[in-house]
Design a protein around this ligand. Structure first.
Ligand code: ZN
Length: 561
């Protein structure tokens, strides 16, 4: 593999008419092909075009996130956003043509049946009749991002945005944590009307898409959009009940222990991120230092990970420093024509830097490992499977945490594992809430506050927001961007966590086998649905009876419960 440099990647905006002409040609060539080999050659050419278009899509999106104030980059992103639904229509028309042809069986024989299942989800979740709603939906979710990014706070002599303010949630000083929480939730209270109006709009746009496509509610459409082919909402509901029965009581025990360690009479919501009076452990060096440590760590983790990380670091495929004008958050994207992913993050000096970094390297390593898949549809798996790669690498890097945290490494591991368990009830609460919201699209903003209160009683019974009016009244969900921007993508993190915790157990027994299994799983990319992938790695599916119970028992035993 030769070294590619990010700065050498440039993607021209495609000319829509030229792309449309290529699609017409693919359709004609498929029909005229003399045999299966000739038809396969058409699919190969189509795949090459899709890799180019996806590289352009990713490059334009990333360049905008790297400098959100740059007018040229913003304009390029707008051109892209307007063209994307039209490109999707071309793709869906061709898929329908292929699936409707007499040679459909050749596709399954060559690529595996999963590709046809993914295509079926694609065609069942889009039709030109919903284009208007789809474009309006992306505008309304962008408006949420803009509104939330505009929040600005004067705190401790600095001007901070929400993600910068977030570091104070982990501060050792309780008053500081409370003040930071108060500032944040006062802002959400002051903007409640605008946030409600945006969400009303999103609910109606999603309801209309579902109606036009003939679904009883948006829930069914969302499952299709997410490509969920091997489980349904009944499985998810059963899994949420298992979390309620087996994890909620355990979270209660962990919170009780935390209260004692902090020496407070009553544990409040702003105490949750801190396990002991020292506050959260922090990496003991800056960005460049952490990068050097990461290089050593991945080299020690084997040839594949070491070589991969070298390519990323030497080729400038990492942008990890926070700076003015750069969008918040962390993510991984990829350039399929070059076979290289890219990691975007905003280091702020907390333990989260290490967590986000190892998480995103997990996504990136999987994508890179799957770069030669014959269909670009297999380069990423569906989200719940993708989060297994990222969340498992967070655990598989545990033996190396001394490199980042020094004497605090053991404390870091304990916080990480505790957070992983207490996250599960919150994660299913977010999921259950969305089912309630989209099953009842005529609910008012006040009804939705009551829905979230019901979720709190069920999954988060000990959470106390004291005199912070908005979260006390059930408004906390408005701070969870996924509910606005990526509906129903949240249970995925909890499903993946249950798999990642199994990797942690495996690594304790046999570290080398755990790493080998991980690398093999990453190479499979998205060639199979979630539960197949998980089982092929020797893990149990979170939907299997007893799985969740066993996994959390093992994890809580290692925390001394
Ligand atoms: Zn992730």
């Amino acid at each position: 593999m030769t070294q590619v440099d990010f700065h050498d990647i440039h993607a021209e905006t495609p000319v829509f008419e030229e792309v449309a002409a290529q699609y017409r040609e693919f359709t004609a060539a498929w029909d005229a092909a003399a045999d299966a080999d000739a038809r396969l050659a058409v699919l190969e050419r189509w795949d090459a075009l899709r890799r180019e278009l996806e590289t352009w899509e990713a490059w334009v999106g990333l360049r905008f996130q790297q400098a959100t104030q740059d007018e040229a980059r913003k304009a390029a992103r707008e051109v892209r956003d307007e063209m994307l639904p039209k490109l999707q229509e071309l793709e869906i028309d061709l898929v329908k043509h292929l699936v409707g042809s007499t040679h459909k069986a050749e596709i399954a024989a060559h690529f595996g049946a999963h590709l046809l299942d993914l295509w079926a989800c694609k065609t069942a979740s889009y039709d030109p009749s919903i284009e208007e709603e789809v474009v309006a939906e992306s505008k309304a979710s962008a408006a949420y991002t803009e509104l939330v990014s505009s929040a600005s706070f004067e705190f401790k002599g600095e001007t901070l945005n929400l993600s910068q303010l977030a570091k104070y949630a982990q501060d050792a000083d309780r008053d500081t944590r409370y003040e930071a929480a108060r500032l944040k939730w006062d802002w959400f209270a002051a903007n409640a009307e605008a946030l409600d109006a945006l969400f009303d709009e999103l609910v109606q746009l999603r309801r209309r898409q579902a109606e036009k496509l003939g679904y009883p509610s948006y829930v069914e459409l969302a499952y299709r959009k997410l490509g969920r082919t091997d489980y349904d909402r009944e499985d998810v509901a059963r899994y949420r009940r298992a979390v309620r029965d087996h994890v909620v009581p355990l979270a209660g025990q962990l919170r009780a222990r935390q209260r004692e360690a902090l020496g407070v009479d009553k544990l409040m919501a702003w105490d949750h991120a801190v396990l002991d009076p020292q506050g959260s452990p922090r990496p003991v060096g800056d960005h460049d230092w952490m990068l050097a440590r990461a290089r050593t760590m991945f080299d020690e983790m084997g040839e594949s990970l070491g070589r991969f990380f070298g390519l990323m670091a030497d080729g400038n495929f990492l942008d990890l420093k926070a700076r003015e004008g750069k969008a918040g958050g962390g993510f991984c994207t990829s350039f399929p024509t070059r076979g290289m992913p890219f990691i975007f993050a905003n280091f702020n000096g907390t333990k989260g830097d290490v967590e986000v970094f190892t998480h995103e390297v997990g996504h990136a390593f999987q994508n890179w490992s799957s770069r030669d898949k014959e269909s670009v549809d297999y380069m990423w798996p569906t989200y719940e499977a993708a989060e297994v790669h990222s969340m498992s690498l967070e655990f598989l890097t545990w033996p190396h945490m001394e490199k980042f945290f020094g004497d605090d490494a053991e404390r870091f591991r304990r916080v990480h594992l505790t957070d992983s368990l207490t996250f599960l009830p919150y994660g299913v609460a977010v999921d259950h809430f969305q089912h309630l919201v989209f099953e009842n699209p005529s609910a008012t903003p006040a009804d939705r506050l009551e829905m979230w209160q019901e979720m709190r009683r069920t999954y988060l019974p000990l959470e106390d927001w004291g005199d912070l009016a908005r979260p006390s009244a059930g408004g906390l969900w408005q701070g969870q961007g996924h509910i606005y921007k990526s509906p129903f993508y949240y249970i995925d993190y909890t499903l993946a966590q249950v798999c990642a915790l199994q990797f942690l157990g495996l690594a304790k027994d046999d570290p080398q086998r755990a790493l080998d299994t991980y690398v093999t799983l990453c190479r499979r990319g998205g060639e199979a649905p979630f539960q197949d992938l998980v089982r092929s790695a020797g893990l149990r599916s979170p939907f299997d009876d007893g799985c969740l119970e066993d996994v959390v028992r093992t994890a809580s035993e290692s925390l001394g419960l």
